[in-house]
Design a protein around this ligand. Structure first.
Ligand code: DLZ
Length: 156
């Protein structure tokens, strides 16, 4: 049986994070059907995700976005996150938020690497949530990160 996975992304982002996530998901399993929905910016993501779940019958959604470095962008990101959480509670489905803040990276090269890496690693999390939740359980408390290096547990 095929599981429908929603991929919501934005034109505001400076890196095509969705393609990285889709490629990784397709490498991981043939058992998914991707439904992509691109919107202008991160504040448009909550309704896109909700529509992917309710109208497109997606079991889980990734919300990929890139908040800019200005203060207004940070506020925007906070608002978008709250909308995404509300959409999760309204639909009772996971929406994995994959935000990369433009000022997390030291230059454009690192920004591209980070955005794609974080999208891929969260795509792996989507796979585990759908098909192998035990893997996540085994990694509880391990200080895993998406994008930059894992920090590890407090004590080995
Ligand atoms: C200030 C601002 N900052 C961002 C941002 O950092 N990242 C992003 O993806 N989108 C931003 N937007 C656009 C809004 O999210 C949205 O697309 C518009 O307000 C139209 O609904 C806005 C308006």
């Amino acid at each position: 049986m095929t599981v429908r996975v929603g991929i919501a992304d934005t034109t505001f982002a400076r890196v095509d994070m969705a393609s990285a996530a889709i490629k990784k998901l397709k490498e991981l399993t043939p058992k998914i059907k991707i439904v992509r929905y691109t919107v202008p910016g991160i504040k448009d993501l909550p309704v896109a995700c909700k529509k992917l779940i309710e109208e497109e019958k997606c079991e889980i959604v990734m919300a990929l976005g890139m908040p800019g470095k200005e203060k207004k962008d940070k506020i925007c990101a906070h608002e978008a996150s709250q909308g995404i959480m509300m959409a999760q509670l309204m639909t009772n489905k996971h929406i994995i938020e994959v935000f990369v803040h433009e000022d997390e990276a030291k230059d454009e090269r690192e920004l591209e690497w980070l955005a794609k890496r974080r999208a891929e690693e969260h795509a792996e999390n989507v796979y585990y949530l759908l098909f192998n939740r035990k893997f996540l359980e085994k990694n509880a408390g391990k200080g895993l990160r998406q994008g930059f290096e894992d920090v590890g547990p407090v004590r080995e």
